[in-house]
Design a protein around this ligand. Structure first.
Ligand SMILES: Nc1nc2c(c(=O)[nH]1)N[C@@H](CN(C=O)c1ccc(C(=O)N[C@@H](CCC(=O)O)C(=O)O)cc1)CN2
Length: 282
């Protein structure tokens, strides 16, 4: 069965829109986020445009600030400071990747924790690891929402996460452990990834290598979540050889229209959450 991320995300976005609409009629202001895009990465532009479009649909205001790829550390720092102090701004998102000369960790951590709609700051990541309510990273949260929507209970499953990034691999592993899965994290230095994936009930692929997970690397009835978005000759491919792995899987996400739209939905839900913590009256 294909896990239809686009359909589920659209349903959740519609519910969010209804909630926000009702609250606007009751006197609350629209949530507002500011997206900072540094440089001309074409994929980042696509993602940022999707975020802006999706926000508008659910009545979240967005402002896009585009900076040149030569932006200095100082310029970016003062912009983030200004937005932190701007009461009309509920959420701040710094689109990644940044150009090489800008240290991603440094700038992410300049964002005020309560405006960090990506859930990337040290404090918000730390809260995930200490089970304290916060905004959690949108991609792993979107995966959990998708599993929940399809009532896929991960309790007791052998889960293998391939990829150990701060924004996907590590947080999804923690979220799966919290739901009582037994989790193994594989990465580029793992000697034999298929040794682990062959025994997995659930696999999350988040490495950025097109078609890396092959049918012979999985067992029957596995649940497969594909986070990869790889552009090859203008076409999109996930990290999973979908055509062949889908023949063995019980559930599998497609690329596109799987995890991507769920990521955007989770981001919108985060933006709503932080704005209402500010309890914004008009
Ligand atoms: N500040 C952030 N930067 C980045 C994040 C993030 O969560 N926060 N994640 C990724 C990119 N990303 C969001 O920014 C993202 C990637 C893909 C999609 C998506 O909807 N993909 C579509 C296909 C779209 C296309 O490329 O044509 C799909 O899978 O259906 C949404 C968000 C890195 N940077």
């Amino acid at each position: 069965m294909i896990l239809d991320g686009l359909k589920i995300a659209n349903n959740r976005n519609e519910l969010l829109k209804e909630k926000i609409e009702k609250e606007i009629n009751e006197g609350l202001k629209k949530p507002k986020s500011v997206i900072i895009l540094v440089g001309n990465d074409p994929a980042s532009k696509i993602y940022v445009n999707s975020k802006i479009k999706a926000s508008a649909k659910v009545l979240i205001d967005t402002e896009l600030i585009e900076l040149s790829r030569e932006t200095s550390e100082q310029e970016l720092e003062s912009l983030i400071e200004k937005l932190n102090n701007d009461k009309s701004v509920d959420g701040i998102l710094l689109q990644l990747p940044l150009p090489k000369h800008l240290d991603e960790k440094k700038f992410i951590n300049l964002i005020e924790n309560k405006k960090d709609i990506d859930g990337f700051t040290i404090v918000n990541q730390g809260k995930l690891f200490q089970n304290i309510d916060a905004t959690y990273a949108a991609t792993p949260q979107g995966i959990i929402n998708l599993l929940d929507e399809y009532k896929i209970d991960v309790k007791g499953l052998n889960a293998v996460v391939v990829g150990r990034s701060q924004i996907v691999g590590l947080p999804i592993a923690k979220m799966l452990i919290d739901r009582n899965a037994t989790v193994t994290i594989c990465h580029s230095k793992t000697k034999d990834i298929s040794f682990y994936t062959k025994n997995a009930d659930l696999i999350v692929m988040a490495v950025g290598v097109a078609g890396m997970l092959k049918a012979e690397m999985v067992k029957d009835n596995v649940v497969v979540i594909d986070v990869g978005i790889n552009r090859v000759d203008g076409k999109l491919y996930g990290d999973v050889d979908f055509e062949n792995v889908s023949k063995k899987a019980s559930f599998i996400t497609p690329v596109p229209k799987g995890v991507g739209p769920m990521t955007i939905n989770a981001l919108l839900e985060n933006t709503y959450k932080v704005s209402r913590l500010n309890n914004n009256k008009k």
